[in-house]
Design a protein. Structure first.
Lengths: 270, 274
């Protein structure tokens, strides 16, 4: 069996910044209500075409960072650059997948998936055709005219994923997308996500609080420490591509990485 | 990406089957409604015939009095008068109430200025203010319209405000993340998401409006239904008085009930939240 290798970086993180970053986080700080330091001077680049996870205990500001990258929150200080250009709000090159799905309950699956395209001003025939393609891609063919309340939690998040894919953004920002679905669906989702990444060739930034999930799906894990949110470690879990998902979950290096990360996080969970 | 597993499909189908049960329940409720009406009418008839109170007519007398008033035209003209104040008052309440409610929900500064007004209006005992209205606006249509507005508008405005405030922030963020402008966020997300709760407020407001109209006619201007009640009481036509009271109560129930029905069709309860 091929073993997974793990590379850990601490201290001077500049040395391992990606060569071809699509998103650059430059000195981002966020202070809520004048005195809550959610993020403190985050410097971080995201490699094009990679799946990078933001992992950390609750309160470490990982969702705040993701929302700032998305342009949904304004940072107190610092700058976000997408493809080298500074941005101050949402943009077409980024699409967001919400933890609570954020589906419109009054709209059918196809209207929900097509919503982003509608906001971009695409006409109905064109956007429905595109939406159908992505409904198929996320495995919801036959459910186009159903409403969110008629779907299970897992299927609802597939709608959310389809909506983000449909706008053909370069970067998918996912905020704990699988935390509101059951464990079985979650595993299936993680496998699907890995496959999807190979087909779609997009950059994924993924917020999670699950260590196993982060190690399993990521090219790189950014570990944040809480109060104020700072980068504590960067880990590249080099998981061999030819290992089946079931074997991987028994892979020694995989299990060791999970264990090591847990030891880092444990000290904040009290 | 993947095929849906069978369990998910089955689960979704099971959810669709629930409607059958709901229809059965609603049919059963109709039967009970008819039953309770029959029991109520019989009890009324017996109580009226027992003669426990000289002013209490039997059910059949009351029904006869109702048709008498319909035939001689006094019922029709009374309704026309009452409806005039009610409809004008409700139109004003709807337009001003909904727009100020939505504005309060969307903007903190509007909320700060306007919300206290509606809270005071809702809390104040309106019957106590009616003499004041008469003093300023006399006993004409204006006073009646103001009475309707005073009762109907606060509940409509406050419900619209709460409805807008209750819209899931992540849905609004979602629209924003796909580059929806503030205008698009309001039209595409906030208004549709709040419409069901707004409509419920509208129904409550209309129910309040009925109280306002009749109250005004009893306390300010002896016209319309209020006048019909007062007149028949004064000449001891108790069957006619009861018939008028019962008719306006039933009219209000039917109006509010049909609004509820429309509400259920427009906003099926299961589509209100995901």
């Amino acid at each position: 069996m091929t073993t997974a290798t793990v590379t850990k970086y601490e201290g001077n993180l500049d040395a391992i910044q990606p060569k071809n970053p699509i998103i650059e986080v430059d000195g981002i700080s966020k202070i809520y209500n004048g005195d809550v330091h959610a993020l403190d001077n985050i410097k971080l680049n995201f490699e094009t075409g990679h799946l990078t996870s933001l992992l950390g205990p609750s309160g470490c500001g990982k969702t705040t960072l993701l929302k700032i990258i998305a342009g949904l929150l304004k940072p107190t200080a610092g700058e976000i650059r997408v493809k080298g250009k500074a941005v101050s709000g949402p943009g077409r090159e980024r699409a967001f997948v919400f933890q609570d799905f954020a589906l419109m309950p009054w709209a059918s699956v196809i209207d929900n998936v097509a919503f982003g395209l509608k906001m971009h001003g695409m006409n109905k025939a064109e956007r429905n055709e595109k939406a159908r393609h992505y409904i198929n891609e996320v495995g919801l063919t036959g459910f186009e005219d159903k409403y969110p309340h008629e779907l299970s939690g897992g299927m609802r998040q597939r709608v959310g994923l389809g909506r983000a894919l449909a706008v053909d953004a370069d970067v998918l920002l996912m905020d704990e997308p699988f935390s509101a679905v059951d464990e079985q669906t979650r595993r299936k989702f993680q496998e699907d996500l890995i496959r999807l990444r190979e087909i779609e060739k997009k950059t994924f930034i993924f917020v999670t609080h699950s260590i196993e999930e982060a190690v399993y799906v990521s090219d790189r894990i950014i570990m944040l420490s809480p109060r104020p949110g700072r980068i504590s470690q960067i880990i590249d879990p080099d998981i061999p591509k030819d290992v089946s998902p079931d074997d991987l979950r028994r892979n020694e290096a995989y299990l060791n990485t999970v264990e090591e990360i847990w030891h880092v996080i444990k000290k904040y969970v009290e | 990406m993947s095929l849906i597993n069978k369990a998910e499909t089955d689960l979704a189908n099971a959810r669709l089957d629930r409607k059958g049960l709901m229809t059965r329940v609603s049919e059963m409720t109709l039967l009970w409604k008819v039953m309770s009406l029959v029991i109520f009418a019989s009890a009324w008839e017996i109580a009226g015939r027992s003669g426990f109170n000289f002013s209490f007519p039997a059910f059949t007398e009351t029904v006869a009095a109702f048709f008498e008033m319909v035939v001689d035209g006094s019922m029709g003209s009374a309704y026309l008068k009452t409806m005039e104040a009610l409809v004008v008052g409700l139109i004003i309440s709807l337009v001003v109430g909904i727009s100020s409610g939505v504005a309060m929900g969307l903007r903190r500064d509007v909320e700060w200025i306007t919300l206290p007004v509606f809270i005071v209006m809702q809390a104040a005992p309106m019957a106590a203010l009616i003499p004041l209205v008469t003093f300023v606006y006399g006993i004409g249509l204006t006073s009646k319209v103001i009475a309707v507005v005073m009762l109907a508008m606060p509940v409509i405005a406050i419900n619209s405000y709460k409805a807008v405030r209750n819209v899931s922030p992540s849905m609004v963020s979602m629209c924003h993340s796909f580059m929806g402008s503030r205008r698009q966020q309001i039209i595409q997300i906030i208004l549709p998401a709040s419409s069901s709760m707004m409509f419920a407020g509208l129904r409550l407001g209309i129910a309040e409006g009925f109280s306002g109209a009749v109250l005004a006619e009893l306390l300010i201007t002896p016209t319309g239904i209020g006048d019909l009640i007062t007149y028949h009481r004064s000449v001891a036509n108790f069957a006619h008085m009861y018939a008028t009271i019962a008719s306006i109560v039933i009219f209000a129930i039917v109006t509010v009930g049909s609004l509820q029905w429309v509400e259920n069709i427009l906003f099926r309860p299961e589509t209100r939240s995901s």
